[in-house]
Write a protein of this length. Sequence first.
Length: 202
Amino acid sequence: MTEQAFGRSMDDVPATTDMYFCNGAVRHTFSSERRVAAGIPATGSFTRRRRSGTRHWGTPMGANETTTIDDLITTAVQVGTGALLTDASHQAMTSPDLLCFGTTETVCEPSCFTQSDLYKYGLGVVLSGSWILHDPALSGLGASFAYLPSEKIAIAVATTYLPDAFDDQGNYPNASDYLWRSIAAVVAPNDPPPQLRPPAGG
C-alpha cells in the first residue's frame, strides 16, 4: 500500500524525510527550527540532532503528547466519532462554520489564512473535505491523525526529518500532513481529502 500511496518505491522517496525506528519507537530526528531565534545566519549550517528530551519549547507545559501509533489511531476514532463528547459538543467541534472565514495576515503566516475546504478549523480539530484531523509539527517531529466518519476509516502517521528538510530559516513542511493525505487517497478513493501541493524536493 505504501508504494501505491506514494506512486513509487519507498527506495525512491527523497532523503528530506526519514524515520528512525527501533522496536516501534522514534529514536531521533533533526531540527533547525530555532535557527532564527538563536541568531544563526541563513548562510551558516545549523541543524540539531534530536534524540530525546523536552519538546515543550514554544508550547505550554502539558500541551504535548507522547503516544504510539496504535494510541494515535484510537484517538482518531474517539475524536472522529464523538465518543468522548455529547452529540451537541461533537457537532460544534466539527461544524464547518468557519469556512471562508479569516484573511491572510503576514504577522502569523502560514497559520492565518482564509479557511477553505482544504484546511479549516473546527473547535480543537482541523477539517479537510469530509475528514476530521489533527496535524501538529514541532521540534523536528510531525504526527497526524485523520478520521473519515462516513467510512469509519482512521489513519495515523508520524514523521521525522533529516537536515536537508529545513530551509535557510529553519522552516520545513509538515510531511505527516502530506503522508496521511496520500494514504487516504488510496484507502478512500470515493471521498479522499483535498490534496496539498507537494513540498519542494518531495
